[in-house]
Structure formats: structure tokens, C-alpha cells
Write a protein that binds this ligand. Structure first.
Ligand SMILES: *[C@@H]1O[C@H](CO)[C@@H](O)[C@H](O)[C@H]1NC(C)=O
Ligand SMILES: *[C@@H]1O[C@H](CO)[C@@H](O)[C@H](O)[C@H]1NC(C)=O
Length: 611
């Protein structure tokens, strides 16, 4: 080899190694000793790009073992191993086309896949995408290539593929920095920023947005979807069907690192070529948005804190008197009797007559409903009588019996009781119940209540689902008049339960601290080990689908109760939620910076199929 050739080769290898750093110690308070104990490299980042200081040595990945048609059997290579659990020795990459959509599935048969009923319809395109693979010795990689331009849209020659039971990572070079999407987060610009490393957390959380500064924390819903505008103006979209706690790092290169802590990597590539066509293709695949009633696009007045019906009337009248257009009145949890769904508060006598008056003015009413049902009153009693299901502990031995024994109707059950707005403990309906008992009960509750208060639309809140005070010795509500005595839910975070305490907890936990200061996957929600659908589903896997599955049944409930199209609006969403519900961007504080980021959020939710 000549000197020049070897110099060139050296330069090429250095360039390849100058790729992104794969974070090897994202946990809080990392240090050099902990990093090197993992066999990783510790090197400060002096480039100002926020690169991780502890990163994997080169060679992380899989090699090709054998190929049968469009299935590639991969085997863990001799590169660095995974600090967050045993690497899966054998994994499988399979690829197929569904119309113009290219699917690449990486994983192990029989592992959890999200139980979401996507229509998977396709729309033809002049463009086609193909998979090209490369295998050299110890290292396998693939690329998704646009045929017309030969451009690599996804290119895993960057390395970094890791697959283990509770930690999965895939990385790619990107064809352009013009990336849009991923959610739900508050983005400071519609286009992502590839000038530095940024890791965006994705786990449904009752978490108000922070619009005032860059903050990569996770909000109410999860959307593992992005669109890229390529250098020649063509566009493509990528969906990863995975519903576990996950995160994505955008990094200089431009490059992308995606991590999740369960399921498989089930990726769908939409060829476009225009941004409009990408969105059409994506929405045909996940399902097009529902058509709301025309009135639902009108002017609305909503607030939390009405002291009674009289105040709501006064406020609406003030708007009417001022000649300000108003189409919809919205009532928050104040209208309920002590925050219990399907009840009307004592200060709201005459609500039904007032709604009829609103209707006579051409106005409509939207009411809020929370998923959690207090374990004390007729709605819960009817649920139990109908064999409706609630999210449950895995076994009787885990039940917090001191709480359970307070409620005769729940006493001998495994129902996981939590605390939300109502005075007493609450149970969370299991919207994945495949017997349909839960959805039938849920629908009936709406039908019955609508015959008392004739609402026109439904606002579903708190459906991440939110639970107050999980794992806290002194939750905030101990100091509140509402329910200072409710013992909080405690999950087994002190033992070795891998649902509660997985080896890799994701930025959705670390953004808020670590176990020493009470940050867990179960913070603000239920225990990860909980079960749904009679033990067929684990909350650890399906938590991010709670808002979607509630929206599916609530849309049915609205149609059945009113006999008309209306509107359901949901705080928590997942791909395809737009088929059943709209969305609002959460509990912001109405500052100018919230107005600014709401414009970005609205555009992103259009990409996600929720106009
Ligand atoms: C539940 O309802 C769905 C949709 O209405 C129906 O397709 C399914 O057969 C029902 N399942 C059972 C067990 O009744
Ligand atoms: C964990 O905490 C619970 C409740 O605080 C306690 O009952 C249990 O014994 C603890 N388990 C372990 C393994 O320390």
C-alpha cells in the first residue's frame, strides 16, 4: 500500500470514527469511573455540541448470519456489549413493501407489538424505496434508498445497533437536516436542530409544557414519526410502531439515534415525494382524522374554577353582551359532584335547562370527563356489575390492602387504586379489555348522563393516565382540602422488579432526576407492572396507548349518546388517535411564548394526523 493510499485510508477511517458518540452513561451524575467500568470511552466534549462525555467504543452492532429471501438473520458481533442487559444473540430483520410503503422490522418473534388497529391502507406513488444491505465481516448494515435519486434516506452504516430485552437502539445518518416531527414535546422551532446533541423524551406524562426555553421533556402523548425534506426537495416520512418509553437523539452529521425499552423496531418508510403526499400516505396508513361537527370549529369559552352554574352563566352572558362571537361553552371538572364522572354538582342545579337555553341560542356544550372512577359510587357499582375491567395489580399479594379494604366494592379485587381529583381512591378503566364489557359500560355511562345533561362534545383529560402522588411519602394533596387523607399508590421501586426499575430508564425519568429524588417511570402515573386485558397486556408496554384506547371508546359513546357527529378532544394521543379525537396542546400558562410554540405544536399535530 502506497503512503498516500494509506494516508487517505487513515483519513477515511478517522472520518468514519468521527461519527456521533453513542451515549454510554445517560444516567444522572455520571463520572469517568462509572463510564470506564462499562468499557466505554470518557472524553469531554470541547466542541460545544453537547456530545456525551461517555460513549461506546466503535463496532457496536450485529453481523449477518444468514439470509432467506427478505429475512436477514443477524447475530451479535464482537463489538462492545450493552451495559443495560444481555444482548440478544440472534435477531431478525425482515422487510416487505405494502403498496408504496417500505417496512423494515427488526426484532424477535413473539415479543410485544402495540395492539393498535391501523388500517394500513396505501396510496400509490411514482417513487419507490428499496432496502440495500451491506455485510463486511463482523458488521451488518442496511440502507433505505430512494430509487429515483439513489439517495440513502436511512443509513445504519453509522453503527450502534443494540438489541436486548429492555434496551433497543438504532442509529442512522440522515440525508438532510430538514427534519420535522417527533412528539409530544415543546419544540422551539418546527425544524429540528442538528447543530448539537439533543435527546427528546417520549412517554405520556401529565406534564405542562415549558414554552419559555429549550426543554426536551416528554409531554402528554407519543408520536414516533418524522418527515424529512431531502436536498432536492423530495420528502419522505418514517414511522416507528413502538409504544414503550422511548427517546430520540438528534445529533450533528446529521444523524439520529432512537432508543426504546421494549417491543421491536417496526419501521415504515413513506416515499412522498412531496410533503403533502407523505402526509397523505401516512394518514392512509394510520387512519385519517375524524370529521368533527362544523360547530366544533367555532369559538369556545373554557375555564377551570367556576364556582357553580351561576358563574358559568355570568361569564357566557358577559361574552354575549359584549358582542363577541361564542359557539361553545366548555365546563371543566367543576361541574361534577366532587369531581366524579357522570354526576352533577350541587351548585349546578338547573344545568340541563341552561344547556337547552344554550342550544336555543345555537350554542353547544362540551363537558370534561376524566378516566378514573371513584371506587364508591353508582358508576363504579355499575362497572363491577357489568364485569367491566380496571387496570390491575399482577397478583393479590401486591395489592395495598390498607387502601383496598376501605372500599367494599373493590375489597377483594386486584384493581390498582390511585388518587386523582375525586375525594376517595379511584380505579382506571381498562380500555384494552377484549371482552367489550368495559367499553359497553363506558358507553352506557355517557348515554345515561347525556339524557340528564344534553352535552354535545366530550373533552377527555388526565388520560396519560395521570395519578397523583405515586411513590411519594408526602404528596402535594396531603396539604389540600380536597383529599388530604388518601394514601398514595406505591409501586415496588425498592426491589428488583424490572418493570418498575428497568436497567435503562430513558430521559423521561432522568429529565426529572433519579430514584434518589423520586423520579421513576411510574411518577405521576400507575405502576409499570400493572396489567390490562386479563393479564394479556403489561402497563409498561401499553401505557402510551391509554389516551388512544379511551378516545376510541369515547368517540363511540358520543355517537351513541347524541346520535350526531360532535367532537372528542383528548390530552394524550398516539398515532391514529386522530381517527377518534382532536387534541389540545395542554395546560400552558397563556404567555406569549406559549402562543409561539402553539403554532409549532399545531403544525406538528397536523403531520401526526390530528388537525
Ligand atoms: C367487541 O366489539 C368489537 C367491535 O364492536 C367486535 O368486533 C368484537 O367481536 C367484540 N368482541 C366480543 C368478545 O364481543
Ligand atoms: C419495598 O417497600 C414496601 C413498602 O414500603 C415494603 O413493604 C417492602 O418490603 C419493600 N421491599 C423490599 C424488597 O425492600
Amino acid at each position: 500500500m502506497g503512503k498516500l493510499t494509506s494516508l487517505l485510508l487513515f483519513a477515511l477511517i478517522s472520518a468514519a470514527n468521527a461519527g456521533p458518540r453513542f451515549d454510554c452513561l445517560p444516567e444522572p451524575n455520571g463520572n469517568q469511573g462509572a463510564c470506564e467500568a462499562r468499557g466505554c470511552i470518557w472524553k469531554e466534549d470541547d466542541t460545544g455540541k453537547n456530545a456525551p462525555w461517555c460513549y461506546f467504543k466503535d463496532g457496536v452492532g450485529y453481523k449477518l448470519d444468514s439470509q432467506q429471501g427478505t429475512t436477514y438473520n443477524l447475530r451479535k458481533n464482537s463489538g462492545p456489549s450493552n451495559p443495560w442487559g444481555a444482548d440478544s444473540t440472534e435477531i431478525k430483520l425482515t422487510t416487505k413493501t405494502i403498496g408504496s410503503v417500505l417496512n423494515v422490522h427488526i426484532g424477535i418473534d413473539g415479543r410485544y407489538e402495540p395492539p393498535v388497529d391501523f388500517p394500513r391502507e396505501t396510496q400509490s406513488s411514482d417513487e419507490s424505496l428499496t432496502l440495500s444491505t451491506s455485510s463486511s465481516g463482523d458488521f451488518f448494515s442496511f440502507a433505505v434508498v430512494r430509487q429515483s435519486s439513489n439517495r440513502k434516506l436511512f443509513d445504519t452504516s453509522i453503527g450502534g445497533l443494540i438489541f436486548s430485552d429492555q434496551f433497543i437502539q438504532i442509529a442512522t445518518y440522515l440525508p438532510s437536516e430538514n427534519m420535522y416531527g417527533w412528539g409530544e414535546n415543546t419544540h422551539q422551532s418546527l425544524r429540528h436542530d442538528f447543530t448539537k446533541y439533543l435527546t427528546w423524551a417520549m412517554l405520556a406524562r401529565d406534564q405542562p409544557p415549558n414554552s419559555g426555553s429549550l426543554d426536551t421533556m416528554n409531554l402528554y402523548g407519543v408520536h414516533p414519526y418524522y418527515m424529512i425534506l431531502e436536498p432536492d426537495g423530495k420528502a419522505h416520512g418514517v414511522l416507528i410502531i413502538n409504544s414503550n418509553a422511548q427517546e430520540v437523539t438528534t445529533a450533528p452529521g446529521p444523524s439520529l439515534i432512537y432508543r426504546t425499552i421494549g417491543g421491536n423496531l417496526d419501521m415504515y418508510f413513506f416515499p412522498g415525494p412531496t410533503p403533502e403526499m407523505v402526509t397523505q400516505q401516512y394518514l392512509k396508513f394510520i387512519g385519517k382524522p375524524f370529521l368533527p361537527a362544523y360547530w366544533a370549529l367555532g369559538y369556545q369559552l373554557s375555564r377551570y374554577g367556576y364556582k357553580g352554574l351561576a358563574e358559568m352563566k355570568t361569564r357566557i352572558q358577559a361574552v354575549r353582551d359584549a358582542g363577541i362571537p361564542i359557539d361553545i361553552g366548555v365546563a371543566d371538572i367543576d361541574y361534577m359532584q366532587r369531581y366524579k364522572d357522570f354526576t352533577t354538582g350541587d351548585d349546578w342545579a338547573g344545568f340541563s335547562d341552561y344547556v337547552k337555553t344554550m342550544h336555543s341560542w345555537g350554542m353547544k356544550l362540551i363537558l370534561i370527563f376524566d378516566p378514573a372512577i371513584e371506587a364508591t359510587y353508582p358508576s363504579f357499582q355499575r362497572a363491577m356489575a357489568a364485569n367491566a375491567k380496571f387496570i390491575e395489580w399482577e397478583s393479590k399479594s401486591q395489592v395495598q390492602t390498607a387502601i383496598q379494604n376501605l372500599y367494599p366494592m373493590a375489597k377483594d379485587t386486584k384493581i390498582m387504586l390511585g388518587v386523582v381529583w375525586p375525594d376517595n381512591h379511584v380505579a382506571f378503566p381498562d380500555f384494552l379489555d377484549s371482552t367489550n364489557n368495559t367499553q359497553n359500560w363506558w358507553i352506557n355511562e355517557f348515554v345515561t348522563y347525556q339524557s340528564q345533561v344534553p352535552f354535545d362534545g366530550i373533552w377527555i383529560d388526565m388520560n396519560e393516565p395521570s395519578n397523583f402522588g405515586t411513590n411519594q411519602d408526602h404528596p402535594w394533596y396531603f396539604d389540600s382540602d380536597d383529599h388530604p387523607d388518601d394514601a398514595p399508590l406505591f409501586c415496588p421501586t425498592n426491589g428488583s422488579n424490572l418493570w418498575e426499575m428497568p436497567p435503562y430508564k430513558t430521559r423521561a425519568v432522568w429529565r426529572f432526576g433519579d430514584a434518589n429524588n423520586g423520579a421513576f417511570l411510574s411518577t405521576n402515573t400507575l405502576c409499570m407492572l400493572a396489567q390490562q386485558d386479563g393479564g394479556k397486556q403489561r402497563f409498561y408496554n401499553v401505557k402510551n396507548l391509554y389516551g388512544l384506547t379511551e378516545a376510541i371508546h369515547t368517540q363511540k359513546a358520543l355517537l351513541k349518546a347524541t346520535g350526531k357527529r360532535g367532537a372528542v378532544v383528548s390530552r394524550s394521543t398516539y398515532p391514529s388517535a386522530g381517527r377518534y379525537a382532536g387534541h389540545w396542546l395542554g395546560d400552558n400558562t397563556a404567555r406569549w411564548e406559549d402562543l409561539r410554540t402553539s403554532v409549532i405544536g399545531a403544525q406538528e399535530f397536523n403531520l401526526f394526523g390530528i388537525p
